[in-house]
Design a protein around this ligand. Sequence first.
Ligand code: T5A
Length: 225
Amino acid sequence: MSASIQASFSQTTTTPTQGRFISFEGTEGVGKTTAIEQLCARLQAHGIDYLRTREPGGSPFAERLREILLDPNTAINDDTELLLMFAARCDHMQQVILPALQRGTWVICDRFTDSTVAYQGFGRADGDAIVRAKIDMLIEQFVMQLPELTLWLDLPVLEGMARANKRSAADRFEQQATEFFTRVHQGFSVLASEQPERIQRIDASGSANEVSARIWQTIEEKLDI
Ligand code: T5A
């Protein structure tokens, strides 16, 4: 890799002159989609230009990878799954996230790198140090910008699954056993203790409006708006 390309891949945090980058995280069915809808309505009411996106997916190519990754008929090993997540993320980052931030648009992303640590690192690999090192290396090498603020919607695993089960047929991840999601939850908990400034735990119990109010309060405090 040339020095100039290497330089363009170094990680930065969002500066006030750019759009703000916020990610939402959590186990299945905790209410991210619902909370993001409510946040976007608030941003609109405040006249803030925003882009709502998601992972895996968010760009045309990454959405094609999402279909493969979520398809219950896809049979791939854990390393392949991990690399596909990053292939999707790399395209999403370059095609969608960075251009939006550079033009001053806020980016609201449903899942980002923390989901990889939680799902591939803990759900699949039970917190194995070698797998974690691989993920950390991929983040360092291929993720040019981390979110400025990550909202971890925390709900007991079974409550989230009960919410999620009310909807459509289970995808490839939703078909995993409860123990898998217990490890995923542990992954988010470990991440939140490792990066307490960036990752804010939000109590996801109670009504959607209550959760939304907690999120807005955190955003106001942390992003000083
Ligand atoms: N993945 C992703 C990885 O393994 N590695 C990675 O690196 C990445 C990026 C993505 C899958 O990919 C995996 C993780 C995931 O398994 P997805 O479709 O994006 O798949 O799945 P989820 O992110 O889990 O999204 P869900 O739609 O399942 O859950 P949400 O968005 O958290 O929940 P939401 O808002 O749809 O709500 C679920 C139900 O609960 C209700 C809603 O109306 C809805 O019916 N609800 C509430 N009910 C009561 N009280 C509240 N406060 C409620 N809030 C919402």
